[in-house]
Ligand binder design. Sequence first.
Ligand code: BYC
Length: 328
Amino acid sequence: MYGGGNTFEGVKTDSIALEDPARLAEFEARIDRGEKIEPADWMPQLYRKQLIRMIEQHAHSEIIGALPEGTWITRAPGFKRKLALMAKVQDEVGHAQLLYSAAETLGKSREQMIQDLISGKSKYSNIFNYPAFTWADSCFISWLVDAGAIVNQLANAKGSYGPYCRALDRICAEESFHLKFGHHCVIYLATGTEKQRQMFQEAINRWWTPMMHFFGPADKISTHTEVLMKWKVKMSSNDDTRNQFLDMYVPKIWELGFTIPDPKLKKNAETGRWDYTEPDWEEFKRVINGDGPCNKERLEVRRIAEERGRWVREALRSPKAAYVTPLA
Ligand code: BYC
């Protein structure tokens, strides 16, 4: 909730009341006029903290998100799919670099962000804590997870913080290629043998709940939506984004003759919105707090990568010292 005495990383959220009222009013007027806030501009502490949290989580999601698909590079069917998947995974890691840079403009160092990821202090997207057992799982990610990400990111690219919006513009351009690649791979499975169709159906069955979770908790239990929407960091609520995704992609999934494992899923003619079974939010909480099927493995891979890359970072910082060490 906005205000109410909660704390966020040691800053009382009601410290907004301690901000200079004139500066706060001017800041909010700029946001209302649709101006971008830039790093050197005055901003409330809470705006800075919330942006760091959200952009950092987004960056971590790109890095960790590269892992389940990354394991399919060598096993993707055919040379062209291997090449395309390799390029996609590289893009995702590049997105993380853009996002870490955007978060750094707010004053948190990249080293600290990576430390907070590895120690489990920072969150990253729930969905990448599930295993990609088959090629069809990888196709689900490329098509539908990327589609969900685009719906969210296209909206937020029109938000208030300049560096985040510019990073999102670039990310969305690349994501649209990923989506086409994923769709192409799914069409191939959908028009293939019975076994191939079955593989994709099983992928939908496995990934549907995490996909519903991906857009964040239902609005009525979301913690940060109110303040983030007020300051135009988030341009659409979790339920609205989820609904937009369902609007765009459920018909496409059905058109291909697949089913979705939710008997309640249908478009409500009266409200114009989708009815669905509320996904299990207890499972969501467990997964985002470190107890999903792959959380430990994902963070361990990241920790090892960090350790193995240390000498490169040190060499960049101090080339002379690094040159002597390997020869010694
Ligand atoms: N997963 O108040 P709420 C990609 C947490 S990568 C984990 O509604 P908010 C791709 C939330 O952090 C793109 N945690 O939060 C990459 C909060 O916890 P804390 C991923 C989640 O921020 C490679 C608590 O739940 N996209 O697509 O207002 C290959 C309460 O939630 C999640 C982004 O990162 C979640 N799904 O709204 C392929 C988009 N949802 O911090 C593909 C950027 C919520 O209080 N992020 N939580 O401990 C956002 O747009 C927003 O942060 C969210 C959540 C809509 C996700």
